[in-house]
Write a protein that binds this ligand. Structure first.
Ligand SMILES: [Fe+2]
Length: 464
């Protein structure tokens, strides 16, 4: 059988959407607020061809879905990230590159820079990101691929898909993680987009470090016991091994410090793809995350896809409180709901946030083999109170983005934007929710003319 008939990450709304298109004046239920003037960009894996061998959700070619709002109207455009590898495959009319589950020690790894994970705008550049390679620059609005971007030749490593833009300085803080030394390099680009700093950071073991956190004063690196191992690749075929006895380490480095200043805090084994945010509070660094109790990233013999059980080993909202005076870590579960894709009001990135927005859920009947989350939850971290909006079984949602109503609006005074699949219609809707009451009637629902496959991350870019 073909992989697409076996693998749940190639089926339902995980299946790729292979048309590119543009649609103006989308049908809208309700009214789009006039203050919403900009574009919601969303990236995700969308394989252009039937995969060679086994498929991992992280493998697919990047596709950007862009919803532009202005004057109360909405338009849609989707385009592939046209990587050099994908263009070769287009010529051949078939897949040429193997994925993560087909890595082998006997063949040199040849990766396609799919640019499939996130899309950010900094210093006038729109960058599609995937963590094993350079950013891919796209043109705003048209989504035309301009090619790989290496900061004028200064970036000699890959770039995480989760850079942070400091809301005050406008700096772009990021890192590169690699299975071969240097395992971690910290980078800073100034507000004009010039790479001004690259600092190798020593790690105890090579891992997959997907994201990190910043505060006004510190960066926080997250080293989980998902260990890269050539030996394991040779013997089991899986390049990453879960070794919980190592525990998880959180490395706190002053933003103006270097490798020698990193202080590592130890906590129980867990995996963290995504922090919600971090901030400094007195002698503490507070770090909120979506915490997996363990991660089977490539247990490829267990099940098609990844082998992870997304119910038993579901991520949940968790707070770490790191005491910079005595080195202790308080590890505090925040809720029992499954959650991923945590976001905050980006104006508070690295500063104390009260509210967070996550994809969450869902029902007892939710699937175990894929991370399909069918609710949006807003957390009030001061009162501990969650507010939940359910979309119904099979109607998975993406990462919720908060957009303030206007520049100086208070935290939570704005909109939560989220894409949701409608299984009955087999198409997707773009919800504009009142952040202060996400469970109420939506302010507007924009009906996308097609299905937007489940994907990863995106950002809102205000029209200039
Ligand atoms: Fe991510």
């Amino acid at each position: 059988m073909r992989e697409s008939e076996l693998n749940p990450f190639l089926q339902g709304n995980f299946a790729p959407w292979r048309l590119e298109g543009t649609a103006d004046d989308l049908q809208v239920s309700g009214e789009i607020p006039l203050e919403l003037n900009g574009t919601f960009y969303r990236n995700g894996p969308n394989p252009a061809y039937e995969p060679i061998g086994r498929y991992h959700w992280f493998d697919g070619d990047g596709m950007i879905h862009a919803i532009t709002l202005g004057d109360g109207r909405a338009s849609y455009r989707n385009r592939w990230v046209r990587s050099a590898g994908m263009l070769e495959e287009r010529k051949a009319g078939k897949a040429l590159y193997k994925g993560l589950l087909e890595m082998s020690v006997t063949e040199a790894p040849v990766f396609k820079n799919t640019g499939n994970t996130n899309i950010v705008s900094h210093a006038g550049k729109l960058l599609a990101l995937m963590e094993a390679a350079l950013p891919t620059q796209l043109r705003h609005c048209t989504l035309e691929t301009l090619g790989e971007f290496d900061f004028e030749g200064k970036l000699t490593t890959a770039m995480t898909a989760h850079p942070k833009i400091d809301p005050e300085s406008g700096e772009l803080l990021f890192f590169a993680s690699s299975p071969v030394p240097p395992y971690l390099v910290y980078h800073v680009a100034n507000r004009d987009g010039e790479l001004v700093r690259s600092e190798p950071i020593d790690l105890e073991w090579p891992s997959m470090i997907h994201d990190f956190a910043i505060t006004k004063d510190y960066v926080v690196f997250i080293l989980c016991p998902l260990v890269f191992s050539f030996e394991a690749l040779a013997t089991t075929g899986s390049a990453f091994v879960w070794e919980p006895q190592r525990g998880t380490r959180l490395g706190v480095m002053p933003r103006n410090g270097g490798n020698g200043d990193v202080r590592w805090f130890e906590t129980d084994a867990c995996y963290i793809f995504h922090p919600m945010n971090a901030y400094s509070e007195g002698r503490h660094v507070v770090l909120d995350v979506a915490r997996f109790p363990r991660l089977l990233l490539m247990a490829r013999d267990q099940a098609p896809g990844s082998g992870q059980d997304f119910i038993d080993d579901a991520p949940k909202l968790h707070r770490f409180r790191l005491d910079l005076r005595d080195g202790n870590v308080k590890s505090e579960p925040q809720d029992d709901r499954r959650c991923e894709f945590p976001r905050i009001d980006e104006r508070l990135l690295g500063r104390k946030h009260r509210f967070g927005y996550v994809a969450s859920g869902g029902s007892e009947t939710a699937r175990r083999d894929v991370p399909e989350l069918t609710a949006v939850t807003k957390y009030d971290l001061e009162t501990g109170k969650p507010t939940v909006r359910e979309f119904g079984a099979g109607n998975g949602v993406g990462e919720p983005l908060f957009v303030p109503r206007y520049g100086q609006a208070e935290e939570d005074d704005g909109y939560v934007l989220v894409l949701a699949y409608d299984r009955a219609k087999n198409s997707s809707d773009f919800y504009i929710l009142d952040a202060r009451n996400i469970a109420a009637q939506p302010i507007a629902v924009v009906h996308i003319p097609n299905r937007v496959p489940y994907g990863f991350h995106g950002n809102w870019v205000t029209a200039s």
